[in-house]
Ligand binder design. Structure first.
Ligand SMILES: Nc1nc2c(c(=O)[nH]1)N[C@H]1C(S)=C(S)[C@@H](COP(=O)(O)O)O[C@H]1N2
Ligand SMILES: [Mo]
Length: 495
């Protein structure tokens, strides 16, 4: 039993050495080329839609941590079992290491941003793991029983070495250089300052402007793409008469505008919280496109992230006068890393997956007939204007509140059209008009509130909004394929 345990530990030590040396090699190439990151990313891209939706629903912002934890657990168990088997037949260990090395290398090579060198970390890791395996499982000198002895001291040394190498690898592939570059940046003041909205001061209401630290995050990036402003290049090409390439400074020098715009995610269920309102600082996309001169028929603007992710936006939405931006700033700061530093796209009125490319490095004029971007390839709609949405943020669902006057409050949005009316009803009674916050235009959400005199007991509160055209539909639809619909309700108990 004890021999098996040390053999299992030896297996884990080999795996740890393999992963740590791979991480070290990846630091020299690209963080995304490390085997676990590459396999995880390939897994995300290949995950069928229902499983992905389940993961987002069940784990929310922690979906990526859960995936990494899952991979780590599988590896741990596999390494332990392999260690035990390798004590009898050491070839098993070499085969498993070789298979994992090849799998990691293959996964890394399938990443859209990958070059040939991306195969190296996994292969280097597997080779180092194999070396250590040979040392830890020594042939018995005299063999009364077949098999090998495990070098216990060696296991400890290997584990410690892996810890050190892994820590160094993590540090080197970390983001401290990016964070310091970001902190050292001084963005120029806007040459055109848009109006500033003011929020309502109602207890429990969602603030009008979302602080960067509370802003929702949605993306497929297991490892955040690392793009430094000094190395930055934005290519504008495809079906244009005048292809262009801009540095970060070129973008800043174009003159920046500042606009309040609410962005939201198509994955919101009714009542969902994947939306935020920020003051974005950026260069108008329409001007850039006017200079690049799209060919007739180039009706899709394909924007590409440093990690290969793509979105497709109607060319018209980028040029029809709305504030489509190549954004560099968010709420008075350079974009936070997880929100697309150094450059992202923001287009009012369209869900994020068809417009809000983070870590933007390329804009390619194409057509909807000729190119399907990331989520469209996975059957989400190619055209995805934001649907009218309203949400009760206070009181909280299934909460208990004191009977008597209660502030009912929330937000509603219908970017490009604007919210004109919000109504609330209690226990399916009459609809009552809520009071609306003043707004600066159609592209931000609108806070609303009303005072409700709650009688003791259990109650259902419902909300619906109207934009300038229509009343929000009651018909329930899931987020797939082009955004959820239906009225949000919460049940509360007044005592
Ligand atoms: N590079 C990249 N950009 C991306 C995505 C992504 O997966 N990769 N997701 C999009 C989606 S689905 C949304 S809703 C918004 C979210 O932006 P945020 O994380 O800044 O809130 O980013 C968009 N931009
Ligand atoms: Mo999204």
């Amino acid at each position: 039993m004890k021999a098996k345990l040390t053999a299992a530990l030896a297996g884990i030590a080999c795996a740890a050495v393999a992963l740590a040396t791979a991480q070290l090699a990846a630091a020299a190439i690209a963080p995304g080329s490390a085997p676990v990151a590459a396999i995880g990313a390939a897994f995300i891209d290949a995950t069928p839609e229902p499983l992905k939706e389940f993961a987002i629903r069940a784990f929310g912002e922690y979906d990526k941590l859960v995936l990494l934890g899952g991979i780590a657990l599988v590896l741990l168990v596999l390494a332990a079992v392999t260690g035990v088997l390798a004590r009898r037949r050491v070839a098993v260990g070499y085969i498993v290491l070789a298979l994992l090395g090849v799998a990691g290398a293959a996964a890394a090579l399938t990443r859209p941003a990958a070059g040939p060198s991306w195969a190296l970390p996994s292969l280097v890791g597997a080779a180092c793991g194999a070396l250590v395996l040979g040392v830890l499982l020594r042939e018995r000198a005299a063999a009364p029983v077949p098999g090998r002895v495990v070098d216990r001291r060696g296991v400890l040394i290997a584990l410690a070495g892996a810890g050190l190498a892994g820590a160094a690898g993590w540090r080197l592939s970390g983001t401290s250089d990016l964070e310091s570059a970001r902190e050292a940046l001084r963005l120029p003041p806007p040459t055109d300052v848009g109006p500033a909205g003011t929020g309502l001061d109602v207890p429990g209401i969602t603030p009008y402007l979302t602080p960067n630290s509370d802003f929702y995050r949605v993306d497929t990036a297991l490892v955040l793409p690392r793009v430094l402003p000094d190395d930055y290049r934005l290519k504008i090409g495809g079906r244009v008469a005048n292809p262009m390439e801009l540095s970060y400074q070129d973008i800043l020098d174009r003159g920046l505008v500042e606009r309040e715009i609410t962005i939201s995610c198509v994955s919101n269920e009714v009542g969902g919280t994947l939306a935020g309102n920020a003051r974005w600082l950026g260069a108008p996309l329409a001007d850039l496109l006017a200079e690049a001169r799209p060919e007739p028929g180039a009706d899709q603007v394909v924007s590409r992230s440093a990690d290969g992710w793509t979105a497709g936006t109607p060319t018209r939405a980028c040029t029809d006068g709305r504030d489509a931006l190549i954004a560099v700033g968010m709420n008075g700061e350079p974009l936070p890393h997880q929100h697309g530093f150094p450059v992202r796209m923001i287009v009012p009125g369209l869900y994020g997956y068809v417009s809000a490319t983070k870590w933007l490095v390329e804009i390619e004029l194409s057509s909807f007939d000729d190119y399907d971007p990331y989520w469209v390839e996975r059957d989400w709609a190619a055209q995805a204007p934001i649907k009218t949405f309203s949400r009760i943020d206070s009181p909280k669902p299934l909460g208990t509140i004191p009977a008597g006057p209660v502030a009912v409050a929330g937000v509603a949005w219908a970017q490009r059209r604007g919210i004109e009316l919000v109504e609330v009803r209690v226990d399916e009674g009459e609809w009552t008009e809520a009071e609306l916050a003043p707004v600066i235009g159609p592209d931000t959400w609108r806070q609303w509130h009303l005072t409700w005199d709650a009688e003791p007991g259990r109650h259902k509160l419902e909300v619906r909004a109207a934009d300038t055209e229509d009343l929000q539909t009651e018909e329930r639809q899931p987020p797939f394929p082009d955004g959820a619909t239906g009225w949000h309700s919460v049940v509360v108990t007044a005592e």
